[in-house]
Write a protein that binds this ligand. Structure first.
Ligand SMILES: C[S@@+](CC[C@H](N)C(=O)[O-])C[C@H]1O[C@@H](n2cnc3c(N)ncnc32)[C@H](O)[C@@H]1O
Length: 270
């Protein structure tokens, strides 16, 4: 496990930093310590994971308001995008999606932008904190942006292991107050083990791997997902990767670097 310390950039963030330190069981940085791999930096502009200088890549944070997310929301191709086709988003149908491997919420946010209501589940406490921070900032910024406000209304985040979460939900018959039967599509994008040609793995992805690991238990999620989805389960994989749980999908949508494996259960409405 890498060495991670929490740092805050202004005195009025002291309390939040203390809370984060207790929740994540990570030390608050004292003085100018140099013996760390990452800083979890709390600043007025949000929470980010900052690698030590020798790592050679920049900070990781969730920004749903500007940058690439905003650009994709406006110019990304809407329902023509592969992920939209895989999930089954159309002018007539906006599925309710359960994203059991939320990560930094990129895919969940795209789906919410396309009209889906999305419950995102993330188990890694650091990743969850970054995502929760990004979503909270988007909600604040959405005050002046009605489209973003609607998107954020469609997103919810749960901190849990999806296996426990689904088992609890099955006992209670509900996910986040919604009937279990109301989950249209389950989406899975577990970490794939780093391939040997790791130079090809983007540097930021390497940082993410260092924090999250490889999700080696991901195979088990597929059977659970097939149990709760109404219409389909969609698994995102690197192009050329083996199928999750070695289970052949109904069909796949193959792109240059990404493949979506679609396990259909029922014909989509519309
Ligand atoms: C490759 S990332 C997902 C990236 C995401 N689709 C995005 O667009 O940002 C995989 C994430 O799934 C999470 N994860 C894997 N297995 C999980 C489980 N059983 N329960 C909850 N989260 C899980 C990992 O912690 C990791 O953050």
């Amino acid at each position: 496990m890498p060495i991670i310390e929490i740092v805050f950039t202004s005195p009025n963030l002291n309390h939040r930093a203390q809370q984060l330190s207790e929740k994540l069981q990570l030390p608050l940085r004292e003085g100018d310590s140099v013996n760390y791999d990452y800083l979890l930096e709390l600043s007025e502009s949000g929470l980010s994971l900052v690698p030590s200088a020798d790592k050679g890549y920049g900070p990781i944070s969730c920004d749903f308001v500007g940058g690439s997310h905003s650009h994709r929301r406006r110019f990304g191709g809407g329902n023509g995008q592969a992920i939209a086709k895989a999930i089954g988003v159309s002018g007539k149908f906006s599925p309710r999606v359960l994203d059991l491997t939320a990560g930094l919420g990129g895919d969940g946010f795209v789906l919410a932008s396309l009209g889906c209501s999305v419950t995102m589940v993330e188990r890694n406490p650091i990743v969850h904190s970054l995502l929760a921070d990004g979503l909270a900032r988007a909600v604040t910024n959405a005050e002046d942006d009605s489209e973003l406000r609607e998107i954020m209304h469609r997103c919810r985040l749960v901190e849990a292991n999806s296996v426990d979460y689904l088992q609890q939900a099955e006992k209670g018959g509900a996910v986040e107050g919604r009937d279990l039967a109301s989950i249209d599509v389950v989406y899975l994008d577990p970490m794939f083990p780093e391939r040997k040609k790791s130079a090809k793995v983007k540097k930021q992805m390497q940082a993410f791997h260092a924090i999250v690991g490889t999700d080696s238990d991901a195979d088990g999620l597929l059977a659970l997902a097939l149990n709760v989805a109404t219409y389909r389960v969609v698994v995102k994989r690197p192009a050329g990767a083996i199928y999750l749980a070695e289970k052949k999908p109904s069909y796949s949508l193959e792109g240059k670097s990404t493949r979506y494996d679609i396990y259909t259960l029922k014909k989509l409405p519309g």
